[in-house]
Design a protein around this ligand. Structure first.
Ligand SMILES: [Zn+2]
Length: 343
């Protein structure tokens, strides 16, 4: 089958579209014919190197967000049939280690992530355990389905599982044009929160408003934190969801009301942040790391998605052969929403 294989670390020319042997399923696996696969920033970071996930090996096939049709079912797989239209939960826990047995499978030390340290969806077919495919509604496109797993599980984890966002609260999110933020804006709005979004360009601010934000402001304007405070009656927001990292971390803290929550994940702009400790403790701020999702949390996210009438924000759809150009485009931040490839 055809697959995009990463053979080294560096620029996008370390990726090549080649013929590789068909994947061999274990008895409890299924084979999914990939119809659509979305890009993530982790793909680009791991292509440049060094690898970020333990267990990453070269050659590597990236692609964590996958939707397609089941074309082979192992003899021990249950609940999945040939022809089922599915999306993939890419985070595969071992199920037998102490963390998994304690219900903390998000922290499984043996975790395999499809497209991150196991073969992914930038290929014609991918093998996954039968427990990690989820049927999608008949009316849903593969393009929409493949945008769901990473961005919506990230937003769900931050707002629901970690942030405990409440009806009527103000929530602020940065990088309105990013996939995660398009999910977070819509989820927060559905949860009855009032949403403020920041971004660096006018089209991204307009998108935030279209998706349900009440107020959108450029984080390049010198007075934007004052503007956020003014919108909230001078008090500050109840919660900030910051998946950008150091570039806006201190600003996020300054946007919060006393005892407000900063829910953070992601390191798009670096790994080390600087902020005033006295400011943070004198205002009783809560800094809450949003960890990766468990299998149960992924299932809860999907149950919510099916009934929420979300809009999938897709920047562009391209043939699989355009993967190197697509990664360069993502790397240049020249993207609104998800880039989706079709093998
Ligand atoms: Zn485990």
């Amino acid at each position: 089958m055809k697959a995009f294989v990463q053979t080294g670390f560096g620029a996008s020319d370390v990726l090549s579209l080649v013929d590789i042997p068909e994947p061999r399923p274990e008895p409890d696996d299924v084979v999914v014919q990939v119809a659509a696969a979305a890009l993530n920033r982790l793909d680009v970071l791991q292509r440049k190197g060094p690898a970020l996930l333990p267990g990453f090996t070269l050659p590597h096939i990236a692609g964590m967000d996958i939707a397609g049709t089941v074309v082979e079912v192992g003899p021990a797989a249950v609940g999945v049939e040939l022809g089922h239209r599915v999306l993939v939960n890419p985070s595969i826990e071992c199920g037998v280690c102490p963390a998994c047995l304690a219900g903390d499978d998000a922290f499984c030390p043996n975790k395999q992530v499809v497209g991150a340290n196991a073969p992914g969806g930038f290929a014609e077919r991918v093998v996954v355990p039968h427990t990690h495919v989820h049927r999608i509604p008949d009316t849903m496109s593969f393009t929409e389905a493949c945008t769901i797993p990473t961005i919506h599980s990230t937003a769900w984890g931050a707002l629901v599982e970690t942030g405990d966002l409440r009806v009527g609260e103000w929530m602020l999110v940065h990088a309105a044009g990013s996939g995660v933020s398009t999910a977070a804006i819509q989820l927060a709005q559905r949860m009855g929160a009032r949403v403020i979004a920041t971004a660096g360009t006018e089209p991204k601010l307009e998108l935030a408003l279209a998706l349900g934000a009440e107020f959108a402001v450029s984080n390049r304007d010198p007075g934007w934190i004052d503007a956020v405070r003014a919108v909230t009656g001078g008090r500050g927001v109840d919660m900030v969801f910051d998946h950008v990292g150091p570039a806006l971390f201190d600003a996020s803290i300054q946007c919060l009301r006393p005892r407000g929550r900063l829910v953070f994940c992601g390191t798009t702009t670096g790994a080390m942040a600087t902020f005033s400790l006295p400011y943070a403790y004198q205002f009783g701020l809560r800094l809450l790391g949003s960890d990766t999702y468990s299998r149960a949390e992924f299932a809860r996210m999907l149950e919510s998605y099916w009934v929420s009438d979300f809009t999938a924000v897709v920047d562009v759809e391209l043939p699989l052969a355009d993967l190197p150009d697509a990664q360069d485009r993502l790397d240049a931040n020249d993207v609104i929403g998800k880039i989706v490839l079709h093998p």
